[in-house]
Design a protein around this ligand. Sequence first.
Ligand code: PXP
Length: 248
Amino acid sequence: MSDDRAVQLSVNVDHVATLRQARRAVYPDPVEAAGDAEAAGAAGITVHLRGDRRHIQDDDVAALVRTVQGKLNLEIAAEEEMIALALDWQPGQVTLVPERPDEVTTEGGLDLASQGDRVAAAIERLAAGGIAVSLFLDPDPAQVERLAALVAAGAPAAGFEINTDAYTKDPSAANLRAVEETAAAGAAAGLEVYAGHGLTTANVGAIAAIPAVEELNIGHWLISRSVRLGLGEAVREMLSAMAAGAQP
Ligand code: PXP
């Protein structure tokens, strides 16, 4: 892998906060974990501020905005409360995600066929506030075409993150091809392409090898692995797996 094709890793530290909130304690601290992840080579940090505040809290995001050295990627639903908070905090990037209160984790990408207008309005407000906007989309080139149409109509999204959940549950050739084709459609449309959900050291290789994919967003595996290795070593292990996968 040449240096100009280094896939970046954004570490999602939500589940450090999940452990803290299980006891309503003050530890472990996702802000400290973010520092450890960056020291080990992560290019950025991701957190999802959910409406129910089940893991990351508002104060965590405010502290991360001050301390993260690389890109802070804030995942939020396209809701008024969240958009206002993001405009106030000014993270480097916002990723708009669908959110259902009773889901265990984000279950799918945004459907731009049914929610295009609402999403376009959120993109316009966030972008006008100086924030780069990404959308979480399922591996479906048709969704990328809809996003490109929104951008052409004046909703300046910078890119999108491909939901890799289906591939990680069933790493079939068809599921990989869907991710590859969606990534290629994004690159052809001039959009930044990211990917994530369900990635582990065992399945990351083929996703890291997709030429258009610039950054991977990985959380649950890394925080789980850190119980045995420590977060720094877990991040280094993942970076090695990504680099091995991205070898030509
Ligand atoms: N991308 C998005 C949009 C997510 O909501 C999540 C989970 O918070 C991830 C990536 C990371 O998924 P995982 O925790 O399975 O690595």
